[in-house]
Design a protein around this ligand. Structure first.
Ligand code: NDP
Length: 483
């Protein structure tokens, strides 16, 4: 049966006479997964109008914090029951292994539960009367919010963007990537079942043109974007040129991992191989530049090479429950990664240690896990985000040199430090210019702590208390005590 493909507006699936449609093919066997309509201006306008009406006059603004929490908790329970269905469709659409896709659903559930707890925790402030005036600060939802997501973890973005926005009392219009449009439509009816009134949650499908319509819309108050820096700039530009809607940008990275000579090598190897290759390294926080101290470099590099070679067998049919690694998301992504590998071979000055080709004997867009040693400082593979299983390694001698290398990037999303010394870990962590630092492990985002980028990895934060504050604005009320 073809997956549900209609837009979800006002708690109903709506037919649209779309002039344009998008057909998805499996990156594993190129079979047709389904077709979605592209939301045009009329569809986007009607989704935004539904969200506006729900925010202004629907029952939603009268919901107590406890009622909003109840909706979020119920939805968390309900989406869990769809984990298998979601995992299947993500495996078909972007080649994400079902086991990994279910973990993503689990993270989405955790995010809804976490933000259910926040609905009644954001207090305001009051100031002692001064000069005859009593002052109160209260936090209010923006109104209509929108989310535009990357394709690598759609269920995660349903959590990271929508759970805090809804907990804060906003209404929402969400656009997933054209590469992964089905998960929101699988769960759409669950929002209704969980008690969210009509218009509070709306899903539109489409590509860049739909994203552009949302970014430029005059009646959206805030937009949260996850994707590449190039598109993020377009979103910000459209927001500035339209109604100056508030913008949160979660962009890409070229994150460093620094391995010191006193590190637990076995752990550093598994974090920089198994964990790095997770989701076929299509992970914004992947630590794709590894710096290893010279004294242990030979041993570390030999072992990492072995781990990358050994991982090749783990790339299998993403629909099999035991599969750990899948193909790249589609032909475009495959061509992009292969062109980086080509440039690594021909113009980076680096030594290709392992990989560097497609995986033979497998249908689908599979690429060998690849390591380049000592690329030139201005090499494309060293500077630009690849979003695929390609790692760069360089060596260093001193801590200062390691920090300099780690920070020598336009990005600042994530990082990792491997060492047995707590003081060194803290010293280095405080000097790395990135939104997260993992010590002896990659920093896996958690619902309870903020996630987001320094420098060109974006601004604003999702998750944690910062995640809900990003969907609230301060209002000062001053009271003339003389009257
Ligand atoms: P893109 O920037 O290509 O697309 C992101 C989203 O923007 C998609 O929904 C896309 O639609 C939409 N879009 C495209 N053009 C426009 C436009 N002109 N205006 C508004 N929206 C538009 O990124 P990818 O989807 O390829 O995702 C990979 C990128 O996302 C990487 O750089 C990665 O690092 C980053 N990322 C960041 C994360 C973070 O939390 N910091 C997490 C995960 C990924 P469509 O796809 O349908 O064309």
């Amino acid at each position: 049966m073809a997956p549900e493909s209609r837009h979800w507006i006002n708690n109903e699936f709506v037919e649209s006479d779309a002039k344009e449609t998008i057909t998805l093919h499996s990156p594993y066997d190129e079979s047709v997964v389904g077709t979605v309509p592209v939301a045009d201006e009329q569809v986007v306008d009607s989704a935004v109008a539904a969200a506006r009406k729900a925010f202004e006059t629907g029952p939603w603004p009268t919901f107590t914090a406890a009622q909003r929490a109840q909706c979020l908790l119920k939805f968390a329970d309900l989406i869990q029951t769809k984990a298998d269905e979601i995992a299947q469709i993500e495996a078909e659409s972007i080649g994400q292994p079902v086991a990994f896709a279910k973990m993503i659903v689990g993270a989405c559930v955790a995010t809804y539960r976490y933000y259910a707890g926040w609905t009644d925790k954001v207090a305001g402030e009051s100031y002692k009367e001064e000069d005859g005036t009593y002052r109160i600060v209260q936090y209010e939802p923006f109104g209509v919010c929108a989310g535009i997501a990357a394709w690598n973890a759609t269920a995660l973005y349903l959590g990271w963007k929508m759970a805090p926005a809804l907990a804060a009392g906003n209404t929402f219009v969400f656009k997933s990537s054209e590469k992964a449009p089905f998960t929101p439509l699988i769960v759409a009816e669950l929002y209704k079942e969980a008690g969210f009134p009509p218009g509070v949650v709306n899903f539109v499908s489409g590509g860049g043109s739909t994203g552009q319509l949302l970014s430029a819309h005059m009646d959206i108050d805030k937009i949260s974007f996850t994707g590449s820096g190039i598109t993020g700039r377009k979103v910000q530009d459209a927001a500035a040129k339209s109604n100056l809607k508030k913008v949160t940008l979660e962009l890409g990275g070229k994150s460093p991992a620094v391995v010191f000579e006193d590190a637990n090598i076995e752990n550093a190897i598994s974090q920089n191989s198994q964990m790095f290759l997770m989701n076929t390294s299509q992970v914004c926080a992947a630590t794709s530049r590894v710096f290893v101290q010279k004294s242990i470099a030979d041993k570390f590099i030999e072992a990492l090479k072995g781990a990358f070679k050994g991982a090749e067998g783990a790339f299998q049919n993403p629909k099999e429950p035991t599969t750990m690694l899948g193909p790249l998301a589609d032909k475009l992504q495959y061509d992009r990664v292969m062109s980086f590998i080509q440039s690594g071979k021909s113009e980076s000055g680096a030594e290709l240690l392992v990989g560097g080709d497609k995986i033979e004997g497998q249908k689908g867009f599979f690429v060998q896990p690849t390591i380049f040693l000592n690329p030139k400082e201005d090499a494309k593979i060293y500077r630009e985000e690849i979003f695929g299983p390609v790692l760069n390694i360089k060596t260093f001698e001193t801590e200062e040199e390691a920090i300099k290398l780690a920070n020598d990037t336009a990005y600042g999303l994530a990082s990792a430090v491997y060492t047995a010394s707590v003081s060194r870990a803290l010293r280095v962590a405080s000097k790395i210019r990135a939104g997260t630092v993992g010590v002896n492990a990659v920093a896996f985002p958690s619902a309870i702590t903020p996630f987001g980028g320094y420098k060109q990895s974006g601004y604003g934060r999702e998750l944690g208390k910062a995640g809900i504050m990003a969907y609230l604005q301060e209002k000062t009320i001053s009271i003339n005590m003389a009257v």
